[in-house]
Design a protein around this ligand. Structure first.
Ligand code: SAH
Length: 219
């Protein structure tokens, strides 16, 4: 089983990541190492290296490997950054970030998902991840500023709190759109009051629910 999974992981990196234009060597190496199958439930394990989102319970999903790679590459991490992730989910993206930067702060609104992700962080000995339950659409004010912020749920608009928690020279990567489809956006903070944004690719994430996200009722 584990040999088969290792081969599937290598294949994922070659075909779905390199094959589709991901070129950041650190991202490719980290995704080649990190065992995505640990972050999904038993029945899904054999499918962990397919290039697709998979269910993780509570109606949520672990994102498609290509999109994880694209967003992580867009962060342009060098290794010394303090990064905020909104939407811990399975913990896979946070674990990947922890291999590529100095410190990761990750926030999740579902306590069950957070508890499971934390267990995996412990098992893997990832000591540079701080996590908490809460509404990440308003960021993590007490820990600002962040060099990078990544949102792994779809927002109706760019949350103002998140841009304000970016360090100067910092970067925010997030999906923005309607509840079903979004566009991946990169926003750079050039100075105190100057921001530059661009759109990278279409994507489909579960909704960001919260004060600066979608309302729970779906309005
Ligand atoms: N990064 C995750 C993918 C998570 S899916 C992974 O690697 O598996 C998106 C997650 O965002 C879900 O778990 C959902 O519960 C969470 N979420 C949605 N709105 C949120 C909010 N306002 N604050 C924190 N988490 C939120």
């Amino acid at each position: 089983m584990s040999e088969h999974l290792e081969e599937a992981r290598r294949d994922m990196v070659e075909r779905h990541l390199k094959g589709r234009g991901i070129h950041d060597e650190r991202v490719l190496a980290a995704m080649g190492k990190l065992e995505r199958h640990r972050f999904v439930d038993g029945p899904m394990m054999s499918r962990a290296y397919e290039d697709r989102a998979l269910p993780i319970g509570q109606g949520q999903t672990i994102s498609q490997p290509y999109i994880v790679a694209l967003m992580t590459e867009a962060l342009e991490l060098q290794g010394d950054e303090k990064v905020l992730e909104v939407g811990t989910g399975s913990g896979y993206q946070a674990a990947l970030l922890s291999m590529l930067c100095e410190r990761v702060f990750t926030i999740e609104r579902h306590s069950e998902l957070l508890a499971r992700a934390r267990r995996i962080f412990d098992e893997l000995g990832l000591g540079n991840i701080v996590s908490r339950r809460g509404d990440g659409s308003i960021g993590w004010g007490s820990e600002k500023p962040f060099d990078r912020i990544i949102v792994t749920a779809g927002a109706p608009a760019v949350p103002d709190s998140l841009v304000r928690q970016l360090a100067l020279g910092g970067r925010l990567v997030l999906p923005v759109g309607d509840r079903r489809e979004q566009e991946l956006k990169i926003i750079d903070r050039l100075s105190d009051s100057t921001f530059r944004g661009r759109t990278v690719a279409p994507c489909a994430f579960v909704p960001l629910l919260g004060k600066e996200g979608w309302t729970l009722s779906g309005a």
